[in-house]
Design a protein around this ligand. Sequence first.
Ligand code: ATP
Ligand code: MG
Length: 240
Amino acid sequence: MNDITPPTIIAFASPKGGAGKSTSCLSIAGALLKKGYSVHIVDFDQSQALWRWYTTTAAPEAKTNLTAQLPPKEDLPAFIQSLWRHPADVLLLDLPGLLTRDMLHVAAFATLTITPLKLSELDIVEANRLHDQLRDIQTRVHKPIIHRLLVNDVQPLPGAYEYALLDELIQAQLPRFTTLIRHRVAYKEIFGTGLTPHFADRTQPKISKAVDELDHLMAEIEALLADDQSAIQPPTKEAA
Ligand SMILES: Nc1ncnc2c1ncn2[C@@H]1O[C@H](COP(=O)(O)OP(=O)(O)OP(=O)(O)O)[C@@H](O)[C@H]1O
Ligand SMILES: [Mg+2]
């Protein structure tokens, strides 16, 4: 039980649909579980993709120490506040592709907000817009907001166009993780096999490469939150 320290809350938010929020949410959940953290997912998306994954597709071994729920239909602010008292080590909030005012506030409330984006002009514009909106909220509520972009679904052999977009991202000085998440079948398979990369067959290179990049990303996340008061606490149990 973790009834003194508030959990670390990570929100997955992008104003554009299909950027990889649910996929990265589950992939990171798997990486955290393997490290021994207990994880709770709140699926705010009306499509309930993660809730359905949890209740119907997830393999039992991928669900140990993992819980999930849908948010209540009423009194969202009280529910959000109650999350700080949740006993899990880490809470992952999967937000809908269409960011309403309420959802923006959920993103602003989190310890860390991750915006997955694919290498496209539109994704960069939308991520930039979200970053500005979060900065505005930060100014109004006087709460630091840690926001990072996660470049997702990068093709195995990026062309000149992708490199130019990556360069554009660097020039825009948008805060991002340096780990690039590649286009991999291991991520697609989560929704079919019910296994996140960390729980799938790592003897297969297609899986082990995904695990490696997720571990790299986890190291970045832990380093980022290391100085934060509400940062990830040591696991409550030994890693499986
Ligand atoms: N790195 C990746 N490699 C391969 N496929 C990926 C990757 N990331 C996401 N996908 C695929 O892209 C599609 C969209 O991903 P996902 O559902 O995670 O996006 P989303 O942002 O949650 O979408 P929505 O806004 O509709 O909730 C899915 O079919 C998923 O399997
Ligand atoms: Mg989704």
